[in-house]
Design a protein around this ligand. Structure first.
Ligand SMILES: N[C@@H](CCC(=O)N[C@@H](CS)C(=O)NCC(=O)O)C(=O)O
Length: 225
């Protein structure tokens, strides 16, 4: 990975040599997009934004103002993390095949993750923004909802995707990571052995390491694998 080129105020989408990903290192949606691009072998530029001061070029491409946003050569904009993942897997790069398939059950798990679980995670992680006295209720609902479903799957298979990691693993792992990070001691004391092992495997993976490479705010880095 090489750092340093600063993205211009406006993008000249005809001159782009690689797709440009607007990203934020700690955002779980951006993490899933970066990991999908990396495993698919797609070379891309990653521009690290400040959430408080978003670049005008990004807002011109995607006025809704969330990351990740992927701008393709020619100007096509993909502004939802799951669609960026899908685009990455469609590029047919060597590693992409086993990551591409999403069963209806996988999709249901991702919907649960992005809906109910994210709702509970926010209320557990940021009690000051919500009703502080309900924090533990949200934590416990998350545990008996998505985490239990994940645990049941991982008791009979190594990855959520089956014997091999799949898109469903990449889509969900960053959120479970964030959930654990709120109170690691609590999480590690729960009886979710398969989920704990699965999470540790991802935290220690080369892919996660690559996806978490630090890029200075308002600078661009090239991801070439
Ligand atoms: N549905 C979107 C959600 C993306 C999202 O909410 N990203 C957060 C960062 S984790 C964001 O950009 N929030 C805007 C802000 O905080 O101003 C996706 O899947 O890409």
């Amino acid at each position: 990975m090489k750092t340093s080129r600063e993205a211009g105020f406006f993008l000249d989408v005809q001159k782009m040599t690689r797709p440009l990903l607007y990203t934020y290192r700690r955002c779980p949606y951006a993490m899933r997009a970066r990991m999908a691009l990396i495993v698919s072998g797609v070379a891309f530029d990653a521009y690290e934004i400040s959430l408080r001061d978003k670049p005008q070029a990004m807002l011109s491409a995607s006025p809704k103002g969330t990351v990740p946003v992927l701008v393709l050569h020619g100007g096509k904009v993909i502004e939802e993390s799951l669609l960026i993942m899908r685009w990455a897997f469609e590029q047919q790069a060597p590693n992409a095949v086993r990551f591409s398939a999403l069963t209806p059950d996988d999709q249901a798990l991702i919907t649960l993750n992005d809906g109910e679980f994210k709702h509970q995670l926010d209320r557990y992680k940021y009690p000051e923004r919500y009703i502080a006295s309900e924090r533990e209720m949200h934590r416990d609902q998350a545990a008996s909802g998505l985490l239990l479903r994940i645990e049941q799957r991982l008791l009979s298979q190594t990855y959520l995707g089956g014997a091999h990691a799949g898109a469903v693993d990449l889509a969900i792992f960053p959120f479970v990571r964030q959930f654990r990070a709120v109170d690691e001691a609590w999480f590690d004391a729960q009886t979710f052995p398969a989920t704990q092992k699965w999470l540790q495997g991802w935290l220690q993976s080369e892919l996660f390491d690559q996806c978490m490479k630090k890029i200075p705010t308002n600078q661009c880095a090239v991801f070439l694998y």
